[in-house]
Design a protein around this ligand. Structure first.
Ligand code: 13P
Length: 251
C-alpha cells in the first residue's frame, strides 16, 4: 500500500519566529489528521534546525526545498544533502518548477541532486509538470513523460522506495486555477504507467504521486478521491495551519 502524504511547501515565506509559530501550530493540530496520512512541512533552510526540534514529538516530518548538486566544498551559498540530514531533515523537494524556471535547474542537474539526496538517506519529492503554453499545445504528456524519463529512469526500483513524485502543473501554481480532478487523474495515471514501464507494475503501484497547484480545503477532497492521486503538495494554503490540517483531513 502506497503512502498518502500531505506536504506543505512554505517556499520563501516566514521569518524564523513566524516559521516556529507555524510549525508549532501544525504540530499541535497534526493529531487531528487521519493516521493513514503522513504530514510533511518543507521550511526554508534557516528554519530547519529549530523546527526539527519542535516537530520531534509530533507526526510531522521535516523537508527542505532544495539541495546542492555537489557533496561539499567551494560552492558558496549552497546547502548539501548531508547538511540537511544533519539537522534531522527526512525529505527534500527537488525540481520544483520555480527552481526550474528561475534558477536554471535542469533534469541533468536533478539527477546529481537526487543521487546525493538518496545517498545521504533523504527521501525525495521530485516535482514535474508542464507550463501553460505546453498544456495549451497539448504537449503535457510529452513534457511530463520526458521529465520522468530524464530524471527517474537513471535510478533503480530500490531507489524508488525513497522517491515521491509531485505533479504540479505550472499554470495552477499560485494562480488559484486548479487542474480539474479529471485532468489531474489523467496525468497521474500516465506518470504511474511511465514508472511501470521502467520499474514494473509493483513499484509503480507503491509510488506516491502528489498533486500540487492551488490545492485548498475546498478542492482537496475531490482531488484526493481520484484513484492515482495520493495526496498533495500545498503552497499558499500550507502557510495557515488551519487550512493545511483541513486539507489533510480531506481523506
Ligand atoms: P500553491 O498551492 O500556492 O498553488 O503552490 C503549489 C506549489 O508550488 C507547491 O509546491
Amino acid at each position: 500500500m502506497r503512502k498518502k502524504i500531505v506536504a506543505g511547501n512554505w517556499k520563501m515565506n516566514t521569518t524564523l519566529p513566524e516559521g516556529i509559530e507555524l510549525a508549532k501550530a501544525v504540530a499541535a493540530k497534526s493529531a487531528e489528521t487521519p493516521s493513514s496520512v503522513d504530514l510533511i512541512v518543507a521550511a526554508p533552510f534557516t528554519h530547519l534546525a529549530s523546527i526539527a526540534d519542535l516537530l520531534k514529538t509530533s507526526k510531522v516530518e521535516l523537508a527542505a526545498q532544495n539541495c546542492a548538486d555537489h557533496a561539499s566544498g567551494a560552492y558558496t551559498g549552497e546547502v548539501s544533502a548531508d547538511m540537511l540530514k544533519s539537522v534531522s531533515c527526512k525529505w527534500v523537494i527537488l525540481g520544483h518548477s520555480e527552481r526550474r524556471q528561475y534558477y536554471g535547474e535542469t533534469d541533468a542537474k536533478l539527477v546529481e541532486k537526487l543521487k546525493l539526496a538518496l545517498g545521504a538517506g533523504l527521501g525525495v519529492i521530485l516535482c514535474v509538470g508542464e507550463n501553460l503554453e505546453e498544456r495549451e499545445a497539448g504537449k503535457h504528456f510529452e513534457v511530463v513523460g520526458a521529465q520522468i524519463k530524464d530524471v527517474l529512469y537513471n535510478f533503480t526500483a530500490e531507489d524508488m522506495k525513497h522517491i515521491v513524485v509531485a505533479y504540479e502543473p505550472v499554470w495552477a501554481i499560485g494562480t488559484g486555477k486548479t487542474a480539474t480532478s479529471d485532468q489531474a487523474q489523467e496525468i497521474h495515471a500516465f506518470i504511474r504507467k511511465a514508472l511501470a514501464d521502467k520499474f514494473g507494475a509493483a513499484v509503480a503501484e507503491d509510488t506516491t504521486i502528489l498533486y500540487g497547484g492551488s490545492c485548498k480545503p475546498s478542492n482537496a477532497k475531490e482531488l484526493f478521491a481520484q484513484k492515482d492521486i495520493d495526496g498533495g503538495l500545498i503552497g499558499g494554503a500550507a502557510l495557515k495551519a488551519e487550512d493545511f490540517i483541513q486539507i489533510a483531513k480531506s481523506y
